[in-house]
Ligand binder design. Structure first.
Ligand code: FAD
Ligand code: EPU
Length: 346
């Protein structure tokens, strides 16, 4: 079979060239339950559900079927103290942030400009500028691809953590997220404990001002995938134990670190990479971004393996200097589907 017919290049923000056996856009739950889709789902061939491909790396051609989730719809209900939103998984996240702010609903402003679909947001519990999805999530609706039953998981059942959730373990295979429920409180308080947000006045600042400040900060250091292929932070920020931190900070007292929303000590992986003098470092057409070392970029024509070579090199250098092994945040996709990224980088 030829893979040349179904190019994935425009379906992944790294912009790497790869091909699939088929690509199907689904824009409703009925679409997934249609005979056409059921035939695909019951072939026993690999299936990959994608949103906007902003957190994936195709290592090679995908020998299976890609379903692109475009299930739409935003339903807003007013309660006494909050607004409840039921959002189709294929809605664009940034459009949702803007829609809520346009309607005067606050709460998503710190999560501005994160690429991708609403339905992908719970998977790694998207987070930025002091807020993560878990803080506004009410529930996640999933569809089981083996018996086509639907299930609602409330926030306490999602096991959200730093870049983590139940959708990366028990619900990783054979389930797709079809809708997300969000709860935006009417008793809004600004979250200003990150970077330049500290400069804003908590007594007068508006959600739209925070939105604009976040967009400005993000644009100053994260490349726009429209122009430079990337998947945001390539690695997660490493969580470390207190005893490891004590030893590390004796030797390197100025390494940026903080406590995350889950009370864990977290190191800035970008700072570790920068201190290995790897900003701008290039292997072939893959490079460490020169304004933000945690972002790996496709400078043009890189394939998945070029990016893997660079990532392995970066990971090894950081481990040699700091004894910290970075773990990728990006999902690696092999010819047969999702694959353990750490094993690929060994
Ligand atoms: P995809 O890349 O399409 O999919 C990611 C994974 O989820 C894949 O394994 C896919 O199979 C699976 N998947 C997708 N949709 C579904 C579904 N409906 N059901 C089940 N599985 C599904 N992330 C942050 O947390 N914070 C940031 O600040 C941030 N900034 C970024 C900046 C840039 C420039 C880029 C490119 C990425 C950034 N990211 C950030 C990462 C990315 O935006 C998020 O992970 C986003 O949620 C991915 O959405 P997506 O629709 O593109 O997912
Ligand atoms: N830093 C450096 N050099 C670098 C990069 C960062 O010294 O090259 C230092 C900065 O000076 C700062 C600290 O590291 O003191 C943190 O940097 P930044 O604010 O840019 O955030 P980050 O930790 O690199 C994380 C998320 C981003 C999210 C931002 C803002 C992860 C893996 N990444 O990046 O999320 O947007 O915080 O909250 O947690 C993503 O997940 O794809 C992503 C972009």
């Amino acid at each position: 079979m030829s893979y040349q017919q179904y190019p994935l290049k425009s379906w992944n923000t790294f912009g790497v060239e790869a091909y699939a056996d088929s690509i199907t856009i689904v824009d409703s739950i009925d679409d997934i339950l249609s005979d056409k889709c059921k035939n695909i789902l019951t072939t026993n061939e690999p299936i990959l559900f994608l949103g906007e491909g902003s957190n994936v790396l195709f290592l090679q051609d995908f020998h299976g079927h890609v379903l692109i989730n475009r299930i739409k719809g935003v339903n807003i209900t007013e309660k006494k103290d909050a607004w409840l939103l039921h959002v189709g998984a294929g809605e664009n996240w940034q459009n949702l942030v803007k829609t809520t702010l346009d309607k005067g609903l606050a709460g998503l402003e710190n999560l501005a400009l994160i690429p991708g679909c609403v339905g992908s947001a719970p998977i790694q519990n998207i987070g930025a500028y002091g807020v993560d999805l878990a803080q506004v999530c009410e529930y996640v609706d999933v569809l089981c691809l083996t018996d086509f039953s639907q299930r609602r998981l409330y926030v306490n059942e999602c096991f959200f953590g730093y870049r983590d959730s139940i959708f990366k373990s028990i619900y990783k295979e054979n389930y797709v997220i079809i809708a997300v429920g969000l709860c935006l409180t009417k008793h809004w308080k600004p979250v200003l404990n990150y970077g330049k947000l500290y400069d804003l006045n908590p007594n007068t600042v508006t959600p739209i001002e925070i939105f604009k400040a976040v967009c400005t900060m993000r644009r100053s250091k994260i490349p726009d995938p429209k122009y430079i292929g990337n998947a945001g932070s390539f690695f997660k920020n490493p969580l470390i134990t207190e005893s490891f931190a004590v030893d590390l900070f004796k030797k390197y007292p100025d390494i940026p670190h903080y406590f995350n929303n889950y009370g864990k000590i977290i190191l800035s992986a970008g700072a570790l990479i920068e201190r290995c003098a790897l900003k701008g470092y290039k292997i072939g057409n893959a490079a460490v971004y020169d304004k933000q070392a945690l972002v790996l970029v496709n400078t043009g024509g890189a394939n998945g393996l070029d990016i893997v070579h660079l990532a392995s090199f970066v990971r090894r250098r950081v481990a040699e200097k700091f004894h910290v092994w970075l773990e990728p945040e990006v999902c690696f996709i092999s010819s047969q589907g999702k694959i353990d990224a750490v094993k690929v980088l060994l």
